[in-house]
Design a protein. Structure first.
Lengths: 118, 111
């Protein structure tokens, strides 16, 4: 399997522009997570989906952020308009059957998108 | 809510053993996970403890004491490639599939 795929890997944009980050989860995984990582705040969960349905978006910073999952193999995180404080690395992760617990508690992370807003 | 505390940085020499501690506060507890992240890379899963005791996976072991709200990651026979940040994580007390990560411990392995 190719693992979780994210694009673009790097994005540099100017304040006020719209930014769209993309994620393809591992095939067969029914959970998809969007995280943001910064030095100040660490790794924060923004939103997660189960079977394409948003379950918890309490981590989404404000209305400028939105996420969609139109099908099981694709999700987007959009920031409109972007601001310099949105600069961070955004990770997408996927997993399956977390409720079963068991031996593993694994989320598989994509390589991340490094966003710089000037 | 949940809170996790880890040391910010640890330094050790190649071949040594190092322990990275994690203390947590959570009303409900479903287990403690550990992730490794190299600079510029993505977090990768290392281990998970749901019950008290030691879980061993090769050179890495993870320990949990639920009564003390404490766990640690033990790395043996340190190698230069082990230089990375290590995060502990717990699930949300009300939302089983929501994770909180500690701030991470940066491990520096020196020759």
């Amino acid at each position: 399997d190719a693992g979780v795929i994210q694009s673009p890997r790097h994005e540099v944009t100017e304040m006020g522009q719209e930014v769209t980050l993309r994620c393809k989860p591992i095939s067969g995984h029914d959970y998809l997570f969007w995280y943001r990582q910064t030095m100040m705040r660490g790794l924060e969960l923004l939103i997660y989906f189960n079977n394409n349905v948003p379950i918890d978006d309490s981590g989404m910073p404000e209305d400028r952020f939105s996420a969609k999952m139109p099908n099981a193999s694709f999700s987007t995180l959009k920031i409109q308009p972007s601001e310099p404080r949105d600069s961070a690395v955004y990770f997408c992760a996927s997993s399956t059957n977390l409720l079963a617990g068991g031996v593993t508690d694994t989320q598989y992370f994509g390589p991340g998108t490094r966003l710089t807003v000037l | 809510g949940q809170s996790l505390e880890q040391p910010s940085e640890v330094t050790a020499v190649e071949g040594a053993i190092v322990q990275i501690n994690c203390t947590y506060q959570t009303s409900g507890f479903y287990g403690l996970s550990w992730y490794q992240q190299h600079d510029g890379g993505a977090p990768t899963f290392l281990s998970y403890n749901a019950l008290d005791g030691l879980e061993e996976t090769g050179r890495f072991s993870s320990f949990l004491s639920r009564s003390d709200s404490y766990g640690y990651l033990l790395l043996q026979e340190l190698q230069m490639k082990d230089s990375a940040s290590y995060f502990c994580a717990v699930r949300d007390e009300d939302n089983f599939n929501k994770f909180y990560f500690g701030s991470g411990t940066k491990l520096n392995v020196k020759p």
